[in-house]
Write a protein that binds this ligand. Structure first.
Ligand code: SAM
Ligand code: SF4
Length: 328
């Protein structure tokens, strides 16, 4: 079974947002005062998430990433992780987290069957981390990363850094050194217009190519390789000590190769990060729709998946949701 869109792409990757709340307030994602949070009854229950993921997997989804908001603030999140890791047909189950609660949950999540972790970390310097996330939690995140790395059987750990012009340049080399010193693949993500303050400007985007050139001057890099459907272009250090990745959705969109769907915490299916339309799966599910009926709704929505995003083009209108409300 495989899911296809009208543009000939096979869609086999699903990002599931398990909660809209977060314990950080990153400037590029959320407003300082947070957002109007969803009521508990609006958020999909574990059983509802499991059911929908089974339907997606039955249609051809093979990789599932759990995200948010901050997934680890959802109560009993490791229980959900183990419910999902039991689904036949998922080849890769991963989590994207800000790392604040990893010290508490890393062991439970690895035991629950999470194959891979992406940990977001935008600064290695206390004051800058505090300014960017509006919380003084760098030490907890670093302890969380260490705890995660110490888990027997933990898969590849990726450290994701959103690159902001005027901010990130100061730490590009420190992040490169982190990637050389630790078994992490450090990846720089271009800033996208999905911030809560709606203050994104094209000139704030520090491109992946600019960062690659800065690193290459100090630590020579090999040519970039982009795995099929991988969003990151990965460059190894020429001396063989690790690698860095560049996710360049703004300067080098990878829409033609996009294989992704997103399910929001309240059960809306989104076929593009920048979608302005959504398909509600919660209402039909709670009204008694069968799995076959839900599958049909998903297939119809996927068929209409957007050809590409229009960031940077005249007339671009950002979606009403911020990144935290979508599930990045
Ligand atoms: N709270 C978790 C975290 O931060 O890892 C998971 C959710 S967060 C929305 C997922 C990813 O989106 C993070 O790596 C974050 O840095 C990234 N992100 C958020 N807002 C962004 C933006 N405006 N542009 C680019 N990436 C963004
Ligand atoms: Fe929270 Fe992640 Fe958004 Fe930062 S990027 S505010 S950690 S959801």
């Amino acid at each position: 079974m495989s899911l296809a869109d009208a543009h000939g792409r096979t869609i086999d990757d699903l990002r599931v947002s398990v909660v809209d709340r977060c314990n950080l307030r990153c400037t590029y994602c959320m407003p300082a005062d947070g957002l109007p949070w969803l009521d508990r009854s609006e958020i999909l229950s574990f059983e509802e998430i499991e059911r929908l993921v089974r339907v997606f997997v039955g249609l051809g989804v093979r990789t599932v990433r759990l995200t948010g908001g901050e997934p680890l603030v959802r109560k009993d999140f490791p229980v959900l992780a183990s419910m999902l890791s039991g689904i036949d047909g998922i080849e890769d189950l991963s989590v994207t987290t800000n790392g604040v609660l990893l010290e508490r949950d890393a062991a439970a999540l690895v035991a629950a069957g999470i194959d891979r972790f992406n940990v977001s970390l935008d600064s290695l310097e206390h004051e800058r981390f505090h300014q960017l996330t509006r919380r003084d939690e760098l030490d907890r995140v670093l302890r969380g990363l260490r705890t995660l790395g110490a888990q027997p059987g933990v898969g590849k750990i990726k450290v994701n850094c959103v690159a902001l012009r005027g901010v990130t340049e100061a730490e590009v080399i420190d992040f490169a050194e982190l990637a050389r010193r630790e078994p992490y693949e450090v990846r720089f993500i271009e800033f996208m217009p999905l911030d809560g303050d709606r203050s994104w400007r094209p000139e704030d985007v520090l491109t992946g190519e600019e960062i690659r050139a800065m690193i290459d001057e100090v630590f020579p890099l090999t040519d970039a390789v982009r795995p099929e459907h991988g969003t990151a272009k990965v460059c190894a250090f020429a001396d063989g000590r690790g690698s860095v990745g560049f996710i360049n959705p703004v300067s080098e969109p990878f829409c033609s190769d996009c294989n992704r769907l997103r399910l929001t915490a309240e059960g809306e299916l989104r076929t593009c990060l920048f979608s302005r339309r959504e398909t509600d799966l919660r209402a039909p599910m709670r009204a008694g729709a069968s799995d076959a009926e839900l599958a049909q709704l998903i297939e119809d929505a996927v068929w209409r998946k957007e050809l590409k995003h229009h960031v940077g083009e005249p007339g671009f209108v950002p979606p009403p949701r911020t990144m935290s409300q979508i599930g990045g």
